[in-house]
Ligand binder design. Structure first.
Ligand code: ATP
Ligand code: MG
Length: 409
């Protein structure tokens, strides 16, 4: 039976006019037959659960391992994202069941005062993922705020994490300085906990990221171990996968190119913009004349040579040290290399920009599929924590209650 053969058409739990309390109508399509069941509340819940698990298994029928990664919709994606994470997402999308989160709730931690910007940037981030080669037929892309289970899981996890460990998180500390925060919101301090929920709610195995995310993943792994030991082993410990360049420097020489830092070459920048940005990028400031030997190690452009022009970078570095190549020639050859990578990305972006309904459909079906995955995990989580008493009749049984109906999920 293929995943197309069995489709849930309609579930109407708690039909009021039904002669049985808490009963519902359960209709589904099985190999072209419409099957309609009128069942009592408990049976309905069980059937729903089995079917949901069935659908999840069928959707992931080759038992592929799962990838979860994504971006904050705080702007367009840049070449740092490409080297840090996007390249791996695209390369592994066949081998892994690939889930891409557009982390709009996390974007609010630093943009809570301009939520109206999210809409535009959700589309930008989705377009940039597709432009980089993500296949809408293969990968699942979804929007964080559409999966309320992630918020629920964040609350449960927050009991397992100390405030001090969050205060000492190196990425949180760097970002506090970057944003000029003296004090921080509860949401900002706790965003690594929410991120732990992002990567574990779907039991992802592999997380392709840049190296700023490593402390967050370490925390996620600790939470998983703690949860599994304390309650029941229902969570998967995620492994990070660093990109070919785990942290690309910014055009201004900042240790990190970042959307919120205004020091980026965007994947969507036009050819002329890329040229202009590259040619005004920071080099070795001591090299005021072409006859003065340069030091590639303190040159931003040389870091880009290493990232985009691996074959020639070594040779160019030696020539720079020997004053045998000038900055203009060095930048010119890098520009050619970058253009060969960026041109197909720009073309794919233009294709999807002209067909945004494909993007919308991908996000819409991605949200639906992801909610099914999340609901299944949350059942196991609640059960492991023994907080499923309202759903499994536990409260009724323990208190010897005879109630007419109970609500299930
Ligand atoms: P913001 O400044 O708004 O936080 P960002 O540029 O840091 O934006 P994110 O959406 O936070 O981007 O990160 C998405 C992914 O891209 C993460 O895996 C992150 O590690 C990776 N990434 C971001 N910037 C770089 C970079 N300069 N080099 C390599 N990887 C990066
Ligand atoms: Mg970031």
């Amino acid at each position: 039976m293929s995943d197309k053969d069995m489709r849930l058409i309609w579930v109407v739990p708690q039909v009021n006019s039904c002669p049985f309390d808490g009963a519902g109508v359960f209709i589904f399509l099985l190999e072209e037959m419409v099957i309609c069941l009128m069942v009592g509340g408990g049976v309905l819940v069980k059937l729903q659960n089995y079917l949901m698990r069935g659908m999840n298994i069928m959707e992931n029928k080759n038992s592929k391992k799962r990838i979860l990664t994504g971006d904050r919709p705080t702007g367009k994606l840049h070449i740092g994202h490409y080297l840090g994470s996007l390249q791996n997402r695209v390369a592994l999308q066949e081998e892994y069941d690939t889930l891409i989160i557009i982390a709009d709730v996390q974007a609010l931690t630093t943009n809570f005062d301009k939520p109206e910007k999210l809409k535009e940037n959700v589309m930008n981030v989705a377009l940039d993922n597709l432009a980089s080669g993500l296949n809408p037929e293969k990968a699942t892309m979804f929007v964080q705020s559409m999966i309320p289970e992630i918020a629920e899981l964040t609350v449960y996890y927050s009991m397992l994490v100390t405030v001090n460990s969050l205060r000492h998180n190196p990425t949180v500390k760097t970002e506090m300085k970057q944003y000029g925060y003296n004090d921080i919101s509860y949401g900002f301090l706790g965003y690594p906990v929410s991120q732990a929920a992002d990567v574990t709610f779907c039991r992802a195995h592999l997380i392709p990221v840049g190296d700023d995310q490593l402390p967050h993943l370490e925390l996620a792994r600790k939470i998983v171990r703690r949860f599994n030991e304390l309650y029941k082993p229902v969570l998967v410990e995620p492994q990070p996968l660093l990109g070919s360049v785990p942290r690309l420097v910014g055009l201004d020489g900042n240790a990190k190119m970042g959307k919120s830092l205004n020091n980026c070459i965007y994947l969507s920048d036009g050819s002329e913009t890329v040229k202009q940005k590259l040619f005004s990028a920071l080099t070795d400031t001591n090299r005021t004349k072409i006859s003065i030997p340069g030091d590639p190690e303190i040159c931003t452009v040389y870091q880009y040579q290493r990232a985009f022009n691996q074959d020639e970078a070594e040779n160019i570095g030696q020539m720079c040290r020997a004053a045998a190549i000038g900055c203009t020639a060095c930048k010119g050859c890098l520009y050619e290399k970058m253009e060969s990578i960026l041109t197909p990305i720009r073309e794919r972006r233009a294709y999807y920009e002209a067909r945004t309904e494909i993007v919308y459909e991908m996000l819409h079906s991605g949200n639906q599929r992801t909610r099914r995955i999340a609901a299944e995990t949350m059942q196991d989580i609640r059960k492991a924590m023994s907080i499923d008493y309202f759903y499994n009749k536990g409260l009724m049984k323990d208190n010897n209650m005879k109630v007419k109906s109970y609500i299930g999920i």
